[in-house]
Design a protein around this ligand. Structure first.
Ligand code: G3H
Length: 255
């Protein structure tokens, strides 16, 4: 039965890869909406995929969220003792501290026996304060490291869920609704066609920076996230998607 289950998932991976035109898909059993340990299994799968790379001298940019927190939880030191530097992909997005990229970045570094740099950018800044902050040498230095990241690991959220969780203003929630936002990833909101319809004002990694990365790992699962995953993946970037059976089946059932 174990073999059948494993080969069943491999078939599912192949189907999803074809349907969504992805470079690589890794599916773990279960549905993280129903069983929280499945998120940790996605974390474990992400970490083992990461370790297939030569991680020496690498800068890894990570985002926030509960899924990325599970990746951090499952992180272990690299096999060959490589030096890894972790940085948060973007500044504050309005998350609670345990879901913030900074927190996750520091935790990942500790688990990987690596190093980390943080980006201290408050969530609500005036244009003036924003401008002077990005001129600060300490902030500039971290921003350059972020731009140089060879690897990015990020989550995807359902647009509405994320806007509410981050306590976005009623105006923003209205805009997202009017523009049919479906997905959110590192502060960008996308409609079902994969177009950017809104962007949270913060500094750090920009969507176009992903094109220069050696590896982008997207970790997102749970059947309720299927629409969001589908929307984000319409962008056609060459990602590795780590997901779960719940999301994979919902994605394959959808039109
Ligand atoms: O940007 C996406 C969100 O960070 C995903 O959050 O992993 O808690 O669902 P989540």
């Amino acid at each position: 039965p174990v073999m059948n289950e494993v080969s069943g998932l491999r078939n599912l991976e192949e189907e999803l890869k074809q349907k969504m035109q992805l470079q690589e898909v890794i599916i773990v059993p279960g549905d993280s909406d129903k069983a929280p340990y499945v998120k940790k299994e996605m974390g474990r799968a992400c970490v083992s995929r990461l370790k297939k790379l030569d991680l020496s001298q690498n800068v890894i940019a990570v985002t926030g969220g509960t899924t990325l927190a599970a990746v951090a939880e499952m992180m272990t030191p690299p096999a060959h003792g490589e030096d890894i530097l972790f940085v948060p992909a973007r500044g504050g997005l309005g998350e609670q501290v345990e879901n913030q990229a900074n927190t996750i970045c520091a935790k990942m570094a500790r688990k990987a026996s690596g190093d980390y740099r943080l980006l201290h950018v408050p969530d609500q800044l005036s244009e003036e304060a924003h401008q002077s902050l990005i001129e600060e040498p300490g902030v500039k230095e971290v921003l350059e490291l972020i731009k140089s990241a060879g690897i990015v690991i990020h989550g995807i959220g359902d647009a509405n869920t994320m806007a509410i969780r981050r306590k976005s203003s009623p105006e923003v929630i209205e805009t997202l609704k009017a523009k049919h936002a479906a997905a959110e990833a590192f502060g960008y909101y996308f409609n079902q066609a994969g177009e950017v319809v809104h962007k949270v004002k913060t500094i750090g990694l920009q969507l176009q920076d992903l094109e220069n990365c050696e590896l982008v790992i997207t970790v997102a699962g749970g059947s309720t996230k299927a629409k969001a995953i589908e929307a984000y993946m319409k962008r056609g970037l060459k990602n590795v998607l780590v997901t779960d059976e719940g999301a994979a089946k919902a994605l394959l059932e959808g039109s």
